[in-house]
Design a protein around this ligand. Structure first.
Ligand SMILES: [Zn+2]
Length: 64
């Protein structure tokens, strides 16, 4: 039995932008607010335009 180690971690900056709604699967989000946290990440509060589902995403800020 061969067990493959998945060491291919996707960098945060390389993540696809398309966020899908967990409820209806659409990609039409409205950004309610954007907030930077002291931990160096950006939080975005989004709301689905179709079903109204709210999703909070956390993004890493690129280190300059
Ligand atoms: Zn939705």
């Amino acid at each position: 039995m061969t067990r493959q180690q998945t060491s291919t971690r996707t960098p945060e900056s390389n993540r696809p932008k398309g966020l899908e709604c967990p409820s209806c699967g659409c990609r039409h989000f409205e950004v309610l607010y954007t907030r930077a946290t002291p931990t160096g990440t950006i939080r975005r509060r989004r709301q689905c335009r179709h079903c109204g589902r709210r999703v909070t995403t956390t993004e890493q800020i690129g280190v300059n």
